[in-house]
Write a protein that binds this ligand. Structure first.
Ligand code: FES
Length: 405
């Protein structure tokens, strides 16, 4: 039995080649080409992106969130993913109105896309404490120079592997090619996924090595940075912006990717502002779930009036005190990590896992509540573009309440 509803006047709807329309709990992507309307579901199979807010690429609708494509007439996925289809609807024009038959909807089918390797469960593999050093200094690889922050980081890693029997890994951001964050979170909180949207879409992007080290491998995360104009290095911020996907999992999914991880920092600069740089770094790594050792950073700077940087390099090279401080820092972080790892099973038994629920500064709304709000009917029977509900298959959320098949 058919179930026709009115989507609006064709004179108005024909002004746009593609638009997202909402009627009750149904979201439609309505396209208009060569004098004909076509209607498919406005909810993307990937993470629920609003397909009607995307664009047309030939016969395909391109999702505005991560560029998955669905045929504008049949709802089928792009070539190779035809079985990954969104519902299509019969439609007709009557008395200058566009009508769509809800009962005609075809079945939504999802062809599993191979999960990204980073999407696997985060489980600490047995073994010694693992220390990941992240160097964020920027320099011309063809003409390398002495980096004070790198030198102290290398001292710390060497100490961890030789004297503490830890495993060590050094990642230099300067050697990786990775894109800057493109603000998927700004499109919708649901559009910022784990793994990062860019990582999932761009096989050439190399920040997966940082994610792998930090999320799946390390117990200790040791980040070094120079001070540039009173702030951490530009590469540090480029990395941190891309790590929004880790923090976002906490705030919108109650999914804490980093547990029992210890972060510590090495900050060096010719001029000052150590405390502000440290405060920013501490704030971010606290927000993604890290623990800190007592005295979680070491730093060195020559002060505002110092311009003789040659002497600064010589000072760091010769300073036993600074290199000893780097060894002491990694030792404190190592000890803290050992404690956390040793007690992780006990923590789970006494309910620490529950303490993670709704962790994070912005976790003011439970997932259940968020879904309820997202899937609530719009105030009027028809309105244009609205945020789509979340039903990201890889996070195992329940599907939103919807009449769609
Ligand atoms: S491509 Fe549509 S939500 Fe990701």
């Amino acid at each position: 039995m058919s179930d026709w509803i009115d989507l609006g006047p064709t004179a108005e709807l024909s002004q746009k080649p593609l638009q997202q329309l909402v009627a009750g709990r149904n979201r439609f992507a309505v396209s208009y080409r060569d004098g004909a309307f076509h209607v498919v579901s406005g909810v993307c199979n990937h993470s629920g992106g609003p397909l009607g807010d995307g664009r047309l690429d030939g016969d395909y609708i391109v999702c505005p969130w991560h560029n998955w494509k669905f045929h504008a007439i049949t709802g089928e996925g792009e070539p190779g993913f035809e079985e990954d289809r969104v519902p299509r609807y019969d439609s007709r024009v009557e008395n200058g109105r566009l009508l769509v038959d809800l009962a005609s909807a075809t079945k939504r089918t999802k062809k599993p896309h191979p999960p990204h390797p980073l999407a696997r469960p985060v489980v600490r593999a047995p073994g010694p404490i693992r220390v990941a050093g992240i160097s964020t200094t920027v320099m011309d690889a063809a003409n390398p120079r002495y980096s004070t922050s790198d030198a102290l980081l290398e001292t710390a890693i060497a100490h961890a592997t030789t004297m503490l029997a830890a495993e060590g890994r050094l990642v230099k951001l300067n050697e990786l090619h990775f894109r800057a964050c493109e603000g998927y979170y700004s499109k919708s909180a649901q559009a910022c996924t784990w793994p990062c949207s860019i990582t999932q879409m761009d096989p050439d992007d190399q920040l997966d090595r940082v994610y792998e080290a930090l999320v799946h491998w390390a117990d200790v995360i040791l980040v070094s940075t120079p001070i540039r104009w009173g702030a951490a290095s530009s590469l540090y911020y480029k990395m941190v912006e891309r790590m929004n996907c880790i923090q976002n999992q906490v705030t919108i999914r109650n999914r804490v990717l980093l547990k029992n991880k210890v972060a510590a920092f090495i900050i060096t600069g010719g001029q000052d502002n150590v405390q502000a740089v440290a405060g920013q770094m501490l704030g971010f790594f606290a927000e993604i779930g890290c623990t800190f050792p007592q005295f979680p950073y070491i730093a060195h700077s020559r002060g505002w009036s110092a311009e003789d940087m040659e002497r600064n390099i010589a000072f760091v090279q010769k300073s036993d005190e600074l290199h000893d401080a780097a060894r002491a820092l990694v030792t404190r972080a190592f000890d803290t990590a050992q404690f956390l790892v040793a007690h992780s099973e006990e923590e789970a038994m006494v309910g620490v896992r529950d303490a993670f629920v709704r962790a994070g500064r912005k976790a003011s709304m439970s997932v259940k509540e968020e879904l309820r709000v997202a899937s609530a009917p719009m105030p009027s029977t028809m309105s244009s573009s609205s945020p789509a509900p979340a039903h990201e298959h890889e996070t195992r959320l329940p599907p939103p309440a919807s009449k769609e098949p």
